[in-house]
Design a protein around this ligand. Sequence first.
Ligand SMILES: *Cc1c(COP(=O)(O)O)cnc(C)c1O
Length: 472
Amino acid sequence: MSPNAESTAFRSALEVIRAVEPRVADAIGAELADQRESLKLIASENYASPATLLAMGNWFSDKYAEGTVGRRFYAGCQNVDTVEALAAEHARELFGASHAYVQPHSGIDANLVAFWAILADRVESPALKKAQVRQVNDLTEADWFALRRELGNQRMLGMSLDAGGHLTHGFRPNISGKMFDQRSYGTDPATGLIDYDRVAEAAREFKPLILVAGYSAYPRKVNFRIMREIADSVGATFMVDMAHFAGLVAGKVFTGDFDPVPHAHIVTTTTHKSLRGPRGGMVLCGPELADQVDRGCPMVLGGPLPHVMAAKAVALAEARRPDFADYAQRIVDNAQALADGLTRRGAKLVTGGTDNHLVLIDVSGYGLTGRQAEQALLDSGIVTNRNAVPQDPNGAWYTSGIRIGTPALTTRGLGTAEMDATAELIHTVLSQTTSGESKAKYVLDPALADKVSKQATDLLGNFPLYPSVDLG
Ligand SMILES: *Cc1c(COP(=O)(O)O)cnc(C)c1O
């Protein structure tokens, strides 16, 4: 590849866009500048490679390809077949899964595909068998009515939101909470850790059809072998949503009991978080659920996004390289260095530390709400997000926590020394911020915010983002 290939590619793309709507070209350029300047600690974000980004900007976007590889409802899908098959093959190899479905447009879509694959397998199929028909269109009106009621009356047990679970795991504002009768398991108030005996007890009492594990704000490993045993003991289907930590599974940091793929009946993920691919989703499963999963379209998806599947194939190929395992290990080393640096300076962390990519600071220790802390950090050039802590007295809006994560900064090349410096910046801002007259208001000396901002920019100075891309 010529040394300037990436710069040339992005410059030319912007020139073409600028000729039609210059404000869009300007916004794209401004986004790169902003990302380059900010100390991005958002645990769910990353920086995809230039190859991944470029794989999305092309005529695959023009193509309808409903169906699956080799079985499409549209003609002329041979090239889409090529990239979808490649993405699925890379996913199977990377995660050691027997089946991969790479069409979901996002994490929420991947979860919907999984839920309905499970419902189809465990509720719809037996009903069809009992009525001795092959498909739902052949049911009588009465049988169809009964089946619809039964599909809408199933139980799910998942992790509670304030313990780090996700909205799509059966919470009322999300469709999953309207579909399922949901109950949740939390964490031990003393340790902040999942108490497997309590999960088992909840499962025995509630008898869910689906047991869900996975999180977006739990800083520890989950033992998926134990969770599978719990699911088996009550006849539940075990689903793991690894949206946040898929990169750590891909990079073989989570192995054995902590690798969800060998233990779960079905695994869902996003592709854009620690996995560092394009914005999208994916489902992995064994042969038992494969046919149902492949019916994601038309069940909950329309046409797939072939340009994104092309980018998934590129990113998954990257994740199969040996240096990705090194990246994944550095993500965790960095998170632990950040946690240590914060703890040494007196910050209170949920569970006292981390063994994955994220750290949850309980900012009540600084006398602040999550909202106040998030804004004060943002004023100081540090991008994080507020997050509830277990049994949060400030609820889900103001919260008492700040969630920080290392996948993005690790991609830029920052290491453990820089994480200690980052901990110093965070602690400085939080300890110098005071609570204002409401849960959203705070007082922070603008000169201090400015000073920290400059220190953050200096810290990033040695680690250029997209060093190969010069927009001129
Ligand atoms: C991010 C996330 C999702 C949703 O992903 P989107 O692509 O934003 O729809 C689902 N589940 C978990 C656990 C997540 O962290």
